[in-house]
Each structure stands twice: as C-alpha cells, then as structure tokens.
Design a protein around this ligand. Structure first.
Ligand code: PBG
Length: 337
C-alpha cells in the first residue's frame, strides 16, 4: 500500500471521473456521429444484383437498380456521402482503361440516377484506372510495366470530368500520380464545375490491406504478382506522406485522406495537426475483413470492436471515415439516441 503513496496521490485520483456514467459522459473528448461516415459501395452491370464479395462478409456488389434502396437507407440513417466503386466486365478492360472516360459507362449512369432520386445524398467517385485496365494498375504502363505519369494524368482528367458532368459531388483521385490534383482542378474550373470538390487520396500507402477490395473490383487476377510500389507510398515513410499532402493542398484539394486507416493513425494525427484541413481516413477492405473474420470466429465482439475502431479515428484527428461499416455503425448510433 505505502508503495503507491506518492506526492500526487491521493490528490490525483483519475478513477474519480471514471466512476459514474454521468461523469464519464461529461468528460468524453470525442464523439462518433453518423455525420462522420462515407459508405463505399461496389456496383456492377446487371439487374437486382446482390453478389457477395467473399473476402468481405456482408458486402455485396449492387447493380444500378439494387443500389437505389441502399442509397435510400443512407438518407434515412443520415449518412452524408456514398462512394462508388465499379466492378467492370472483363471484356471492357483494356491496357489504357479508356472505359473510365465513357460518359455512358456504368459509373456515370449510376451517379446520374442516384442524384436524380436522392439529390440530398452526396456522391463521391474514385478517380483511378485500376478497375478498367487489363493489367490492374492505376494508370497506363510502358513495356516494362512501369506506370507512366503524364499520359495517365490526361486520362484521369477526362475520367474526373465525366464524373463531374454526371453529377458527382466529390471526385477522389486514388491513383497517386504526380500533379493529378492540379490538372483535375484546372480542368474542372475550365469546364465551370467550380463546386465539384476534390477529396485527394493524398497519403495513400502501398498496402497489402487492399487485398479484398481488389477482389471486389476484380483487379486481383489482372494485377497478378505486380505491386504498386512505384506510385503509392512506402509504409515505412512519414515525412513523404506529409509532402504529398502539402502538394495536393497547393494543387487544389478541398479535403485530404490517409489510407489505410488503423495502422496509419499516426499519419492522420500528423496531417491534421500540420495542415488543419478537412481530413479523412479510409478504413480499408482488409481492416474490415480482419474484424469480420475475428467476429465470425467468436474471437472479438463485433459491434464493440467496430465502434471502438471508428471512434479511434476521431481521436486521431479525422473529420470523417470511409468505412464499410457505415450502415451497421449508423444503426447502432441511432439506437443509442
Ligand atoms: C484504387 C483504389 C484502391 C482502394 C480504393 N481505391 C485499391 C488500390 O489502390 O489498389 C482500396 C480500398 C480498400 O481496400 O477498401 N486505386
């Protein structure tokens, strides 16, 4: 007993504030809200499609019609933004991913129908070529497989313009080419899309946690054994991520993102403190899969771990989270009200 009697104790007894629910609520520093969520969904051509993504239990690919009730549910729950990711028919995939710029393509059609039915729901679209290329890389490649910067940026600009034209509220370049934010910003302004927001995947790491996503959009097979180390950031690096964020802000990003989420909370904190920008974290497919797998095995309490993982993004400094848990978490938040 005497060993814990220090100069501080018992004057300082932190457990006083933790003793009752009212005092825990009174001193709570961060609160998770439905307003923090962006819900990523996969879409594919078809009718009434609910095609399971095997490595992401609970996640399915929707068709342009079956996505509508999901959007309606987001509106009902108060989720502010839906993020669209396409699973493109293999026959439409080419080395240059040009289908990404087709104004009649899957994504522009889905954007237009969602904005028509649910104008109050924000729509975010990924700008990158990997769902559209026959080799699964995010851009055009040369004979050695190296992803070419400027030729890729040219196509990305066209892809972003098509998305803006269809009504996307946010274009979100996830490709990590140099200079793409500036090029897209200039093109949007030149075409009078002055209110289209750019959410830049600024600190995007070359992560193995994207595995299940690549299954979902069907790029795993095409990518084969190659990786994305020549454009995404080395997981070992911190300063490099901050330089990327700085560049994207100078080039015209309205919001910045760190990706993946949970293993990169230090970067979320750094970005928020250094730039004071609207800052988002992407709790990626592999993070979702890990929690689901452990919960299915009975090793973790699903709902508690899900809510804790999301709250910790807020504590780290994120203004919002792209998460496949958005609907499940929003339902829990609604019950708590
Ligand atoms: C495409 C893109 C990826 C993700 C979002 N946009 C995959 C990648 O870069 O290989 C990953 C999302 C997730 O894992 O949930 N550039």
């Amino acid at each position: 007993m005497s060993s814990i009697i220090t100069a501080d104790f018992p004057a300082s007894r932190p457990r006083r504030n933790r003793r009752d629910d009212f005092s825990r609520r009174l001193m709570r520093e961060n609160i998770l809200s439905v307003n923090d969520f962006i819900y990523p969904v996969f879409v594919k051509e078809g009718n009434n499609l609910h095609e399971p993504v095997l490595s992401m239990p609970g996640i399915v690919r929707y068709s342009p019609d079956s996505i509508l009730p999901v959007a309606e549910e987001c509106v009902r729950l108060g989720i502010p933004v839906l993020a669209l990711f396409p699973s493109i028919e293999p026959s439409l995939k080419t080395p240059d991913g040009i289908e990404a710029t087709n104004p009649e393509g899957l994504i522009p059609r889905v954007i237009a129908s969602l904005k028509k039915e649910f104008p109050e729901l924000g729509i975010l679209c990924d700008v990158a070529l990997d769902p559209y290329t026959s080799h699964g890389q995010d851009g055009l490649i040369d004979d050695s497989g190296y992803v070419l910067n400027e030729p890729t940026v040219e196509i990305l600009v066209r892809q972003a313009l098509v998305q803006a034209e269809a009504g996307a509220d946010y274009v979100a370049p996830s490709d990590m080419m140099d200079g793409r934010i500036g090029a897209i910003r200039q093109a949007l302004e030149a075409h009078h899309f002055i209110y289209t927001r750019i959410m830049a995947y600024s600190a995007k790491y070359a992560s193995a946690f994207y595995g299940p996503f690549r299954d979902a959009v069907g790029s795993t097979v095409n990518l084969g054994k190659s990786d994305k180390m020549t454009y995404q950031i080395d997981p070992a690096n911190r300063n490099e991520a901050l330089r990327e964020v700085a560049a994207d802000i100078r080039e015209g990003a309205d919001l910045v993102m760190v990706k993946p989420g949970m293993p990169y909370l230090d970067i979320v904190r750094d970005v928020k403190e250094m730039f004071r920008m609207p800052t988002y974290a992407y709790q990626v497919s592999g993070e979702y899969a890990m929690i689901k797998a452990a919960a299915i095995n009975g090793w973790l309490d699903h709902d508690k771990v899900m809510m804790e993982s999301l709250l910790c993004f807020k504590r780290a400094g994120a203004d919002g989270i792209l998460t496949y848990f958005a609907i499940e978490a929003a339902k829990i938040l609604q019950q708590q009200k």
